[in-house]
Write a protein that binds this ligand. Structure first.
Ligand code: HEC
Length: 155
């Protein structure tokens, strides 16, 4: 009985792994996939900029801007699984991504989820919450970015 349970668990693990990572077919495909992956993160950085400025007190707090950027971040976060799915590790591409993206997929998915949830919360409360409350939630977005970078991005 125990044996059956173990092999079933292994089988589902293999299935979920196959569903996410897909090895790049050739150098050209790897280069394109890297470009797409980086574009997703570049846009995350672009949308996070004003929020970071507000958190540091360099830019005045503006609830409408927070709402717009957090909503964009939420959409972009929902794209990461797709834009990271091509495994480019066997090819010579210019990237800061660590191979764990494709070998630790469950954990990578958790990090994505943390950003999806943090950005969703900010986008929901931006127009109704107090500045302190919204800023606290914005801090959680920053934490979600940092936590994934700590594990999956070269310094
Ligand atoms: C689930 C993991 C993960 C999350 C969450 C994440 N990042 Fe990243 N980020 C990466 C990885 C991996 C790279 C390296 C991509 C590459 O070079 O192929 C990266 C690269 C970047 C880059 C450089 C892009 C480029 O053109 O080379 C920026 C800017 C960035 N992230 C900003 C952010 C911001 C801002 C957030 C949060 C709003 C965020 N990231 C959330 C994993 C993540």
């Amino acid at each position: 009985m125990k044996r059956t349970v173990t092999s079933l668990a292994l089988a589902s693990l293999v299935v979920s792994t196959v569903a996410f990572a897909q090895p790049a077919a050739n150098q050209k495909h790897a280069e394109w996939a890297t470009k797409v992956r980086k574009a997703n993160f570049t846009l995350l950085g672009h949308n996070m900029g004003p929020l970071g400025g507000m958190l540091k007190g360099k830019v005045p707090f503006n609830a409408e801007v927070v709402q717009e950027k957090a909503t964009n971040i939420n959409h972009l976060a929902n794209m990461i699984a797709d834009t990271s799915k091509v495994d480019t590790s066997k090819f010579n591409v210019e990237t800061e991504a660590l191979n764990g993206i494709w070998t630790e997929q469950d954990d990578y998915a958790e990090k994505i989820k943390a950003l999806v949830m943090a950005s969703e919360r900010v986008s929901k409360i931006a127009l109704t919450g107090s500045e302190a409350e919204v800023k606290k939630a914005m801090g959680q977005i920053g934490k979600a970015c940092g936590s994934c970078h700590d594990s999956y991005k070269k310094d």
